[in-house]
Design a protein around this ligand. Sequence first.
Ligand SMILES: Nc1ncnc2c1ncn2[C@@H]1O[C@H](COP(=O)(O)OP(=O)(O)OP(=O)(O)O)[C@@H](O)[C@H]1O
Length: 391
Amino acid sequence: MIRFDAVSKNYPNGTTAVDDLSLELAEGGITVLVGPSGCGKTTTLRMVNRMVEPTAGTVSLRGRDIRDVAAPELRRGIGYVIQHAGLFPHRTVLDNIATVPLLLGWGRKKARARAAELLELVGLPAGMAKRYPYQLSGGQQQRVGVARALGADPPVLLMDEPFSAVDPIVRAELQTELIRLQKELRKTIVFVTHDIDEAIKLGDNIAVFRTGGRLAQFDSPERLLADPADDFVAGFVGQDRGIRRLSFVDAAELPLREGRVLSAATPVARARAVDEPWVLVVDGDRRPLGWAAVGGLPDEGTLADAVLAPLGHTFSLAGDSARAALDAALLSPSRLAVGVDAQGKVVGVADAYELSAATSGPEKDGPSTSAAPSGEVGKQGPPVHEAGEKR
Ligand SMILES: Nc1ncnc2c1ncn2[C@@H]1O[C@H](COP(=O)(O)OP(=O)(O)OP(=O)(O)O)[C@@H](O)[C@H]1O
């Protein structure tokens, strides 16, 4: 766990880069520092590995004041990834990745074996090992940068706008890759970005800074979207936060109706009795076949005789979010979304209005239950801000 206690950084020219920051970053989670240019994100990050020394206050790592640890020793436990990867141009990919193990005196063979392992871990083919950085794309270089930072398996990873220099598609791939890696590695990651969407996608917790190096809000992405602390945070989070909040609501929690789901063997008279403009027709196994417009049903027979409108997308109750459900409803001819279980069998349907009610989600003023890091907080000295707390 990384903790900032009343930390400030003032430069001799009078700039306050970070102003009285108290913050506790959860172990094994991704904390994103986000905010407009010049708000002190990089300075905050660099105070963790002593590239920048605070003017006031204390930074501690797992309960130990980092000033008590010699900088080289401290940095052995902290990987560092920067924009443009910062690879050594005259060294091969493999030697770049092996840099830290070699510095630690692992011996060439062991260091290279570790580097080959890491190359695979970050999703690059073994054939790239002998290339030089200029022979790689920007996205591949960033992957090598991540592999190099993981060289000595450090528990902490500092990432300073690592994906900012690549195009949006590669950037999305790298973000997904980082989420995959993190599931496996459980590092304590501090990630700087000025992109709120990246912050929301990656962060277990997000610290939003305002100009002048002041913390505006520290919260989980869900809470940030649901309850921004003030107009600055609301403006920074963006206009469509209502829709984006739905990404954090599990589709399994949505209210579904079963009455509008009828088997193909149902007589049309019974379908009319449902008194809804559309019914969903399913087969004997509850697999969806399509939509029947009740006004257009034949006079007699069963729903098997009806002309069905195409089903559109379904959403899965075993893994999708409410956002996928709302999308399915908006694209459906019936404006209803079809929820299926892991086997693809229909559980029920929900309309767009009911789905949008899911945005009323978590309580407005209570503390976050999903992401607040635990630990000894605020026992002495100034209050330390945990995720979920309003400033
Ligand atoms: N060595 C320095 N001397 C004087 N001022 C500095 C120094 N380093 C940073 N600053 C100032 O401190 C403030 C915070 O800088 P920092 O790089 O931490 O911001 P940032 O939020 O990471 O910005 P960006 O998103 O543009 O990278 C800025 O006003 C910057 O100009």
